[in-house]
Design a protein around this ligand. Structure first.
Ligand code: MLT
Length: 250
């Protein structure tokens, strides 16, 4: 039986390097594709008004280029928001969803205002160093902070190397995103919700909101991992995905 194509989308404000430690193991079970969002990693800055639909359209174009009609689509946090944007606009392109450390609700007014402030701040500073200092405490779980300083420094490096213009664009795009709970309720395929138990950004309650909408939802928690579970515990991330991907391939 052929392996499913799996498009796995990265979080903010990092890039597809966040999947370096899971790429090889996951490739035993799927044709893994881990693109960079426009402006991050090796991808050029978007030339459009900020909207996650721009990233979503890029993913659909990537499927078109590869001649792939349907794929497993998933992502971590912002990557999950984009997967849900694809589920809203192009549901027929998704055979199954993977939602890792993410949420389906839109921002509150305060969260939106904060994002727009951060966007202005990184542009004014011309640097993401302060953003890295501000985000790292919550981006990684307590276990990682206590026991894996190498992982903390690796993630810091990804954030500090991000282009401030891409970071500002992504913040403005996320601030404008709609609620996606209804899109999850109408998605008929299987879905896997993965959550690091020390995730301080996407709450446990948000996971319950998604689970209550999904028609064929499966839920796995990863103890000792935070918001970037694929980076913090790659082996557990792969182990959680393996049975899900294997079933899809059969
Ligand atoms: C992410 O990890 O992608 C971000 O925490 C998403 C967000 O800022 O909502």
């Amino acid at each position: 039986m052929s392996k499913p194509v799996f498009v796995l989308l990265h979080a903010f404000p990092v890039n597809s390097s966040m999947y370096d430690d899971v790429r090889s193991a996951l490739s035993d079970f799927c044709e893994l594709v881990t693109p960079d969002f426009a402006g991050f990693g090796t991808a050029t800055l978007p030339d459009a008004e900020p909207s996650l639909d721009v990233y979503a359209a890029d993913v659909v174009a990537l499927l078109d280029d590869r001649g792939v009609e349907q794929a497993v689509v998933g992502g971590t946090s912002m990557g999950g928001y984009v997967a849900m944007a694809i589920a809203r606009r192009n549901p027929g392109r998704i055979s199954a969803l993977v939602l890792a450390d993410t949420k389906a609700t839109a921002d509150t007014a305060d969260a939106r205002a904060n994002r727009l402030g951060v966007a202005d701040q990184v542009i004014a500073a011309g640097s993401t160093d302060a953003l890295a200092r501000a985000m790292l405490p919550n981006l990684l779980g307590a276990t990682t902070h206590a026991s894996r300083p190498d992982v903390v420094e690796r993630v810091r490096g990804w954030i500090e190397s991000a282009d401030p213009r891409a970071v500002a664009w992504a913040q403005r795009a996320m601030a404008a995103r709609p609620d996606s709970l209804d899109d999850l309720a109408t998605f008929a395929g299987p879905s896997l919700v993965l959550w690091g138990e020390e995730d301080a950004i996407s709450s446990r309650a948000e996971q319950a909101f998604m689970r209550s909408e999904l028609v064929d939802g499966h839920y796995i928690t990863l103890p000792g991992a935070g918001h970037l579970s694929a980076v913090e515990d790659p082996a557990a991330f792969v182990a959680a995905l393996t049975p899900f991907l294997t079933r899809l391939g059969n």
